[in-house]
Write a protein that binds this ligand. Structure first.
Ligand code: SF4
Ligand code: SF4
Length: 507
């Protein structure tokens, strides 16, 4: 019996209430998935939580689409970086991303030949062990595409170790205007479902839940049809679709834990331990199945060009594409004077140099927002920020405490629970930027260890720390070495067949 309850957290922002969700048509299908072929890509070595990758190409090298250009540093959380275009390595230089991360970037000029590695083709193999599947995902350079950036292989390993029961697929995409995840579901539902089922098996879980908003009828139908088509291949798993109310910021793991399992998580709790569940974004699941079935590493993603000063476009974009090339491919919005936001309009960061700012693995949207003059006054104690805070905080009180240097009191008031959703700043009629101050305080207080999932230092690996020999990596994608291994061993340590599939886009 399908579960038809409506799940949600309290508070938040609502469509038709204060946010303009109007461009989030129920019929995302009307908006075609377009493609962009940039003249160059700028590939930062750090687009994930963890230690930056190490460039394994040099200036002047010729590269093919799918080729690894950055390899993970040994013994650390790191993921490889692959190019989505063919061409010549023009530069390897330092870059500062809008989120403040400083790293090296490999710049590749496109030869427009669209030449790709021979190895990028459907795997002929029908069986993979859990370890093999997770290794493929790791070496494909996949990290959480919903914005968290945690290396997916590491997250799967942790979930397997914790013995979780449920794998949750976040199909909620609650940010206003953005529809990239929804487009991924509409265009590639079988990839999303196959990827989720494969990951569920790989971690030894039994239930796979897709979390989707009640207003996303088309995507829900696409998922239901796909589950119906594929369920016979995954008879040992149970699938269900959990329907959530449409509100922002639906989908954050602590809010999902409260809505789905009735458990309140502190900032130190994990979903795995407290609820025996692990949460992945639907685009991440799509990327996992691309890697498993088609041997395609993470080299492109769907990005929404959206906002109240632009039309809405969903583009399939090589990672590293400069933001300016992306927005120019759909119209010159700079002429409109709108602000260009790297990310979603509530949580993203305004950029002023779109020519040198790349799309990274976590960029789900570029928002173009009308410039507004917001009146700035002292707090008028309207209470709107408290009314909308999804974590149940009083942002105005915390903001005042932080201004007065009362850090301990702000902590006691729950400031560490802030999830930086941006709702309070958005709603504030006095134009006070509450989020920046509160979120910075919340972030500073978290204990971040080397090699923990949230380790985010600017550490750059030395040659002695390399996990792969760079000369090997230069020969092509790290994925190439997998074909032989899998033929030898199709089962995991317990002798279970984990991933039967028939390969390629026929699934
Ligand atoms: S940014 Fe933080 S304080 Fe503001 S509404 Fe979101 S969770 Fe609450
Ligand atoms: S929304 Fe702004 S004006 Fe209203 S109580 Fe909060 S900080 Fe004060």
């Amino acid at each position: 019996m399908p579960d038809r309850r409506r799940y949600s957290f309290y508070k938040g922002l609502f469509p038709g209430d204060v946010l303009n969700f109007s461009k989030r048509s129920h019929y995302v299908r009307e908006i075609m998935l377009e493609r962009v072929y940039p003249t160059k890509v700028i590939l930062p070595m750090k687009m994930h939580y963890g230690v930056p990758a190490v460039p394994c190409v040099k200036i002047g090298d010729t590269v093919l689409a799918g080729q690894c250009v950055g390899i993970p540093a040994k013994g650390t959380f790191s993921v490889p970086v692959h190019t989505g275009i063919s061409g010549t390595v023009a530069d390897i230089r330092p870059i500062t991303l809008p989120n403040g991360i400083e790293t090296r970037a490999v710049v590749i000029h496109n030869d427009m030949k669209r030449a790709r590695l021979e190895s990028l083709k459907p795997r002929p193999l029908l069986k993979l062990s859990a370890t093999e599947a997770i290794n493929i995902i790791t070496d494909a350079g996949i990290c959480g595409m919903g914005g968290e950036g945690i290396p997916t292989g590491a997250k799967l390993r942790r979930a397997k170790k914790e013995g979780v029961n449920d794998l949750l697929v976040n199909c909620l995409q609650s940010e206003p205007y953005s529809t990239s995840d929804l487009t991924a579901i509409t265009e590639y539902p079988d990839y999303v479902v196959n990827g989720a089922a494969a990951c569920t098996r790989a971690i030894g879980a039994k239930r796979c839940f897709f979390l989707i908003s009640e207003d996303r009828k088309e995507q829900r139908e696409a998922l239901e049809n796909s589950i119906e088509r594929l369920k016979d291949k995954f008879k040992d798993l149970s699938f269900d679709i959990k329907i959530f109310r449409e509100r922002f910021p639906q989908g954050y793991y602590r809010l999902v834990a409260k809505a789905l399992y009735g458990k309140r998580l502190s900032s130190e709790d994990t979903l795995e331990r407290t609820c025996s569940a692990v949460l992945f974004n639907c685009s991440t699941m799509l990327a996992c199945w691309e890697a498993i079935s088609d041997n395609i590493p993470m080299m492109s993603r769907i990005v929404s060009i959206t906002g109240d000063a632009s039309g809405i476009h969903n583009m399939l974009v090589p990672i590293g594409t400069p933001v300016s090339e992306l927005i120019n491919s759909v119209g010159d919005f700079r002429a409109s004077g709108g602000r260009i936001i790297w990310g979603n309009c509530l949580t993203g960061i305004e950029i002023t140099d779109p020519d040198n700012t790349p799309i990274i693995k976590l960029t789900s949207a570029i928002s173009i927002i009308r410039r507004q003059v917001v009146p700035r006054t002292p707090c008028i104690h309207c209470g709107l920020c408290s009314e909308c805070c999804p974590m149940g905080l009083s942002p105005n009180t915390i903001y005042e405490m932080l201004n007065q240097g009362l850090m301990q009191k702000a902590s006691e008031e729950g400031a560490r629970d802030c999830i930086a959703c941006g709702s309070c700043s958005y709603i504030c009629p006095a134009g006070i930027n509450l989020t920046d101050k509160i979120a910075a305080f919340a972030g500073e207080g978290r204990v971040i260890e080397v090699n923990s999932l949230l380790y985010n230092s600017g550490h750059t690996a030395t040659e002695g720390e390399l996990i792969y020999d760079t000369s090997e990596a230069q020969s092509g994608s790290l994925l190439e070495e997998y074909a032989g291994e899998k033929e030898e061993d199709g089962r995991d340590e317990e002798g279970r067949i984990v991933l039967p599939f028939d390969g390629g886009k026929k699934v």
